[in-house]
Write a protein that binds this ligand. Structure first.
Ligand SMILES: Nc1ncnc2c1ncn2[C@@H]1O[C@H](COP(=O)(O)OP(=O)(O)O)[C@@H](O)[C@H]1O
Ligand SMILES: [Mg+2]
Length: 150
């Protein structure tokens, strides 16, 4: 079942990330999809804050991924926006030292079936100050209670 939440302003999207953070456990894969400027990195920074991460989250677009370790759980923030095919997902050099953490991947819209089955996709759309943010749990994620987000 999907969950749709509308935010009206950057602060609300960051706050939503903060509420989402406690749901994360080691090994989780979360895909953030939507056009450039849709709010993916802002949401990721809210997640980081919720995990108690003190470093500033910046877009990893040019460095592929970055691990933040100052919080309750390591957070790997990756940006696959520029990668063309799904095959490249497996070539994404996700750092070994983040294996005990959760992974947020900014992906754009190109989500395909070859991703791991147990994943949560969060899709961002809208413009102006409004964003419609839709949570699509797949596999094991479908058994988790996302009620705290609403
Ligand atoms: N409700 C909202 N939620 C998220 N971002 C918003 C919202 N309203 C306006 N914005 C603006 O949209 C932009 C989102 O940027 P960013 O998070 O970097 O997007 P992405 O990572 O998807 O490319 C920011 O400039 C932010 O201030
Ligand atoms: Mg981004």
């Amino acid at each position: 079942m999907t969950l749709e939440i509308t935010t009206s302003g950057p602060d609300q999207t960051a706050a939503l990330g903060g509420r989402f953070a406690p749901l994360l456990t080691a090994g989780d894969i979360v895909i953030l999809s939507g056009r450039l400027g849709a709010g993916k990195t802002l949401f990721a920074s809210g997640v980081a804050a919720g995990l108690g991460i003190t470093e500033r989250i910046t877009s990893p677009t040019f460095i592929i991924s970055r691990v933040y370790r100052s919080g309750f759980l390591p957070l790997i923030h990756a940006d696959a926006y520029r990668l063309g095919t799904m095959g490249e997902f497996f070539d994404l050099e996700l750092p070994d030292d983040g294996a005990d953490g959760a992974i947020l991947i900014e992906w754009g819209d190109a989500i395909a079936d070859s991703l791991p089955r147990d994943r949560l996709k969060i899709h961002f759309e809208g413009d102006g100050d409004q964003r419609v943010i839709t949570f699509h749990p797949m596999g094991q994620w479908e058994t988790r209670d996302l009620g705290v987000l609403a």
